[in-house]
Design a protein around this ligand. Sequence first.
Ligand SMILES: [Cu+2]
Length: 259
Amino acid sequence: MNSNYSMGLPIAASTFAKDIDFGLKLIHVAMLVIFVLWGIFFAYLLVRYRRREGVAAQREDDHGLFSTSLIPDIVVLIFEIALISLYAIPVWSRIKIHSPKSQESNQVALVAEQFAWNVHYPGPDGKFGRRSPDLVHFSNPIGLDRDDPAAQDDVVGANELHLPLGKTTLIHLSSKDVIHSFFVPEFRLKQDAVPGLTIPVWVEPNRVGHYEITCAQLCGFAHSLMRGEVFVENPEEYQGWLKAQAAQAPEPAKAPSTW
Ligand SMILES: [Cu+2]
């Protein structure tokens, strides 16, 4: 699996990963620069104002409202305001506020539950079949209505998310029980799955590979086992996989309405 959780960042496998990484690196470099400068200043003060015979410790006269010692603070403040207004807000807006249109995207629904990631693909027709809580059963964890014509070619799986390379995928994220959090470090993508809400997130994978999905929200006793896998495949390979899965879709079944 192409993942690493060592000192550096995991490999970047989505189009917006570089924007997130830029912010992380910039902040770390800025903190390092500030740390070194303050360290030098601190050492200077220790030497400059060390205890000496005949020199009494005394406070300098009040400088009024403005003191030159405020200059570093002002520089840091300007940098932080610029960071938020010129980098963070535009990047957030581009990635989180402006979702791609569903007609132009590959789509998948991800239904989290204790302790699995159910994956619902609309199949070759591109339409999701109807889902109903009344149909939820051990054999039908997302309550898919196989009588619905749009559901005939739908593909349902668990803990395996297949995505085409170089195409935007819109993921409709929801939860059946408690709050979970969908996290793929290589995509730099993390979003809570909240019961009662369907939250759209998107990703455009730009690197073929096999990555890990983790649940990033403590969700119960087996939270640490709530893992899945992402397979980023070439579009032809992905379509082939989807067709093969759709061909195996079960016949419409009358699932019991209770457990
Ligand atoms: Cu979870």
